[in-house]
Design a protein around this ligand. Structure first.
Ligand SMILES: Cc1ncc(COP(=O)(O)O)c(C=O)c1O
Length: 366
């Protein structure tokens, strides 16, 4: 079987994985080609210097596409770094600490909880509000921010629990956001945020790089001593090339961003994402066998979490999913049930197939 045949077979899978996850099919073709022979240079992308003109161009295009797609002004720096969003928890705290050495956190899930923990390494964290009382099935909205916070950290989309912030908090406290699982899925006003970070492995590319969008006036403004590699200024001063960048992850992310631009940008993909989510949530509501786990008003358009009310039907439903080539629907162990991750590259046809399987099982069990 040659590469194309192999790829076509692979592509028949309806990939609902939570991340790493589905990427646009043309991205795979180009990314694979770049490893064999990058732009007819007779060199692989992964064996050429990151200081070469070729790769510097890739880095610049990737950073510029982020600016273009999210309408990022010159007041912000755009960097592609390493360490995943998990290092972002620590880096954001190091770089955002000011005189109070106190970060405020909206704890809406496991990732937010982990982020809050990291602030205690160089300062302290204050839990402004939490939805842990109901296993994170909602977004707290009734809270105020104390005057002694250096920043306020939120998670735009809770990948595990299937909730999403629909409107970001307005306040004078600098806003920091982990957008790992919904960046580029909907229009946002970057000007509301002092810092945005997102691991690549959902709407951008393979794991290995993390996108940072940083308001320039926070560079060098921390009140704590930051280790060199964790200081945004180190990376900003060197145009995101302080040390060897993860070239393949950045190149593939750049290809995905090119794909998104061709698609019509964030505005266009948001329309599709809304349609996909509506299709699935409507079926979950309509179908007597299923129940959504997240509060209706806070449901995520990226990760829909739901349960099968009658456990006795589990094997039958799971077998039907396999027969329909649906992959990655198993819920996270802390929620159970099912989780349909509908990232940008998942076609609406995959959601139609899932909805059809849900209808069929209801019919059969009637
Ligand atoms: C919202 C969110 N934040 C942070 C992380 C952790 O990312 P990483 O594995 O890149 O450290 C994840 C991973 O899925 C996530 O979904």
């Amino acid at each position: 079987m040659n590469f194309t045949q192999n790829y076509l077979t692979m592509n028949k899978i309806h990939n609902y994985s939570a991340g790493p996850c589905i990427l646009p099919s043309e991205v795979f073709n180009e990314a694979a080609q770049s490893v064999i022979n990058y732009n007819n240079s007779n060199l692989s992308l992964i064996e050429m210097s990151h200081r070469s003109g070729e790769f510097v161009e890739v880095m610049e295009e990737a950073r510029n596409l982020v600016r273009e797609l999210l309408n990022v002004s010159d007041d912000y720096e755009v960097l592609f770094l390493q360490g995943g969003a998990s290092l972002g928890f620590l880096m954001s705290a190091y770089n955002m600490m000011r005189t109070n050495k106190n970060g405020g956190y909206l704890v809406t899930g496991a990732w937010a909880k982990k982020a809050a923990k990291e602030a205690n390494f160089m300062g302290k964290s204050t839990i402004v509000a939490s939805s842990e009382d109901k296993n994170f099935n909602y977004i707290p909205k009734d809270f105020s921010l104390g005057g002694d916070l250096d920043y306020f950290h939120v998670t735009s989309n809770n990948t595990i629990f299937g909730t999403q912030i629909k409107e970001f908090h307005n306040s004078s406290v600098p806003l920091v956001c982990d957008m790992s699982s919904d960046i580029f899925s909907r229009e946002i006003d970057v000007n509301k945020f002092d810092l945005i970070y997102a691991g690549a492995q959902k709407n951008m590319g393979p794991a290995g790089t993390t996108l940072y969008i940083i308001k320039k006036d926070i560079l060098g403004a921390s009140s704590v001593n930051i280790p060199t590699m964790l200081d945004f200024k180190t990376h900003s001063d060197k145009d995101s090339m302080f040390n060897t960048p993860p070239v393949f992850a950045i190149y593939t992310s750049m290809l995905t961003l090119r794909w998104l631009k061709k698609y019509g940008g964030v505005k266009a993909i948001e329309v599709t994402n809304n349609a996909k989510a509506a299709l699935l949530y409507n079926e979950i509501e309509r179908n007597s066998l299923f129940e959504a786990t997240a509060n209706a008003e806070d449901r995520s358009n990226m990760n829909a979490t739901f349960i099968l009310k009658n456990d006795a039907l589990k094997t039958e439903f799971d077998n039907a999913l396999v027969a329909a080539n649906i992959n990655g629907l198993k819920g996270h162990r802390s929620v159970g049930g099912y989780r349909a991750s509908m990232y940008n590259a998942l076609p609406i046809e995959s959601v139609q197939v899932l909805v059809e399987v849900m209808k069929q099982i209801e019919k059969k069990s009637a």
